[in-house]
Structures are given as structure tokens and as C-alpha cells.
Write a protein that binds this ligand. Structure first.
Ligand SMILES: NC(=O)c1ccc[n+]([C@@H]2O[C@H](COP(=O)([O-])OP(=O)(O)OC[C@H]3O[C@@H](n4cnc5c(N)ncnc54)[C@H](O)[C@@H]3O)[C@@H](O)[C@H]2O)c1
Length: 290
């Protein structure tokens, strides 16, 4: 894929990426650096972002570390203040930080439900709230990418909190796009939803599970997802695809266009035919396993 157009659009700009310490966020940061962007690496994992910053700086880039928890709205506001006053206007904000959760919904600890909602959904809201007004005031073109997922158009058992959060991020992003247009900023601010398929990352290892209840079901779902990871896409390749699609003005940015759009088509079919969600054969209840 030719990155020349993306380089013209994004090169020389500032990218703020949450959850940049691993996986997709780190891939986006590496590719943003390759396109000539200054990157602000935001994460709770200071060691991971410091290591990445050192790598990018050693490669001739400009990168900054910001230790910040996206669950904290004041921290996001303070981050935006610092970036605009010390570094410059943001061309790209990626609300990427996210976590997974495995297990039956009724076994899910309340703290784990809250963790997923606070990071995956409220974290995106806090990012938008902190940065959007500054982007509008700056009056220069800016992009906002929010990380939904192929799971944002699907129903998946044993991952309900995560799937709920990804549907929510997709809805948030669609509404935000309309609001930016309604408020007359559509030419300047490009809001886009990222729907990755499977991309190599730490998300399944870092995922929550269950304490009481059917731990076996939760952990077998984790293992199934870790098996998928073996064949997952490299995060820098995923980033290249996302930047190209963003540059050509797509709204839905799909790391694996064929795979993710077939899930989108399935979703459309479910809604238009009103067929209830179906378990895949491999997921059907097996009394011998319980
Ligand atoms: N990997 C995939 O296949 C895949 C597929 C679809 C969607 N996604 C989405 O992509 C995003 C990134 O996921 P990933 O797979 O790269 O995960 P990952 O676990 O590899 O990386 C997530 C990063 O976010 C950071 N983080 C966690 N909580 C945070 C917080 N409260 N504040 C700031 N940073 C925090 C972690 O420290 C980590 O560095 C998520 O929103 C995820 O839902 C991933």
C-alpha cells in the first residue's frame, strides 16, 4: 500500500494516541512516526511508553511520554492543556486504550464490568471532551479516531461487557460525526471509527476473568481468543491500512476490510431479517464439559 498520500496529510502533524504502550496503539504510533508525525504516547504503563519513546527518538523521531489513565476526565483535560501549550495543535487523536473481559455476564465481578465501561467507553468520551474544543478553536484540520471493533457489529457470548463497550463506541462515534457536522465543523474535523479484526496485541492476556462462577467457561474463551491471536495481523500493517483509509476519507476504518465488512453485512442481515442471534456450532452447550 502506498503511504505517500497519508504522509502528505499527516506528516509534520501531532498524533496523541491513548493505550500506545502495546498492540494496536503502539503500531499506530510506529506508523505515525514513519509518516513524519510527532507522537504523544499516552498510557498507564509508563515503562512500555518510555521504551517506545526511546525507540522512536533513536530512529530520528519526536515522541513524548504521557502517563495518564483515560478513566480520569481531569487527567485528560490536563493532558490536552499540556499538549496544546507545550507541543502544538493536535492533528490526530486516537482514543485507543481498551481492555477485554471473559466469562458469563452473570459471573462478571462488578469491578470488572466497571473497568471495561470506564476505560473502553468513558475513556473515549473523556478524550473527545478534552480535545475536541481545542481542535475546533485551533481551526486547522484534525482527525479523531475511536477504537470500536469487529465486535462492535457482532454478538459474542462470554465477552458481553467488551462487546457492549464496542457497540457503544461505534454509536458514540457515529453520533459525534453527526454532531461535528451539525455544528458546522465537518470540513475541519474528521471523525472516524476504527474496526479492527484480529490484530496481535496483549489484550487477551490483560483481560479480566471471573472469580466466582464458571471460571472454566471464561478461561476457555480466553484460550480460544489466544488461538486466534496466533494468526492475527501485525499492528504496524494494521496501522498502514487504517491511515490509508482515513486519508481517503472513509468513515469506517477496517484493518481487514473483507473480514470486517462480512461481519457488518451479517449484522445488517440480522437486523433486517430479525433472526435472533445464533450460536456457532462449536459454541453449543455440551453437558460433558459442564
Ligand atoms: N487486538 C485486537 O485484535 C483488537 C480487535 C478489535 C479492537 N481492538 C481494540 O483496539 C484497542 C487496543 O487494543 P489492543 O488489542 O492493542 O490492546 P493491548 O492490551 O495490547 O494494549 C492496550 C494498551 O492500553 C493501555 N491501557 C489500559 N488501560 C488504560 C487506561 N485506563 N488508560 C490508559 N491506557 C490504558 C494498556 O496499558 C496497553 O498498553 C482496544 O480499544 C481494543 O478494544 C483490538
Amino acid at each position: 500500500m502506498d503511504s505517500a498520500d497519508a504522509r502528505r496529510t499527516f506528516g509534520g502533524g501531532i498524533a496523541v494516541i491513548t493505550g500506545a504502550g502495546a498492540g494496536i496503539g503502539a503500531g499506530l504510533a510506529r506508523h505515525a512516526h514513519r509518516l513524519g508525525m510527532t507522537v504523544v504516547l499516552v498510557d498507564v504503563d509508563e515503562r512500555a511508553v518510555t521504551k517506545l519513546r526511546d525507540e522512536l527518538v533513536a530512529d530520528g523521531g519526536t515522541a513524548h511520554v504521557e502517563v495518564c489513565d483515560v478513566r480520569d476526565p481531569d487527567a485528560l483535560v490536563a493532558l490536552a492543556e499540556r499538549v496544546y501549550s507545550d507541543i502544538g495543535p493536535v492533528r490526530l487523536l486516537v482514543n485507543n486504550a481498551g481492555v477485554e473481559q471473559f466469562g458469563y455476564l452473570w459471573d462478571t465481578p462488578v469491578a470488572n464490568w466497571n473497568r471495561v465501561m470506564d476505560i473502553n467507553v468513558s475513556g473515549v468520551f473523556h478524550g473527545v471532551r478534552a480535545f475536541l474544543p481545542k481542535m475546533i478553536t485551533a481551526g486547522t484540520p484534525a482527525w479523531v479516531w475511536n477504537l470500536s471493533s469487529i465486535g462492535g457489529v457482532a454478538a459474542v457470548p462470554l465477552q458481553a461487557p467488551y462487546i457492549v463497550s464496542k457497540h457503544a463506541v461505534l454509536a458514540l462515534t457515529e453520533c459525534l460525526r453527526l454532531e461535528v457536522e451539525l455544528a458546522g465543523h465537518g470540513d475541519l474535523i474528521r471523525v472516524q471509527a476504527v474496526l479492527p479484526g484480529a490484530v496481535k496485541s496483549n489484550i487477551f492476556e490483560a483481560a479480566g476473568g471471573v472469580e466466582d462462577g464458571d471460571d472454566r467457561a471464561a478461561e476457555s474463551q480466553r484460550e480460544a481468543m489466544l488461538d486466534i491471536k496466533a494468526a492475527a495481523m501485525d499492528p504496524v500493517e494494521a496501522a498502514e491500512v487504517v491511515f490509508e483509509q482515513a486519508d481517503r476519507g472513509d468513515f469506517y476504518l477496517l484493518t481487514q476490510p473483507d473480514y470486517v465488512s462480512s461481519a457488518m453485512a451479517d449484522r445488517a442481515t440480522v437486523l433486517t431479517t430479525r433472526v435472533p442471534p445464533q450460536l456457532r456450532t462449536a459454541q453449543r452447550f455440551d453437558p460433558d464439559k459442564h
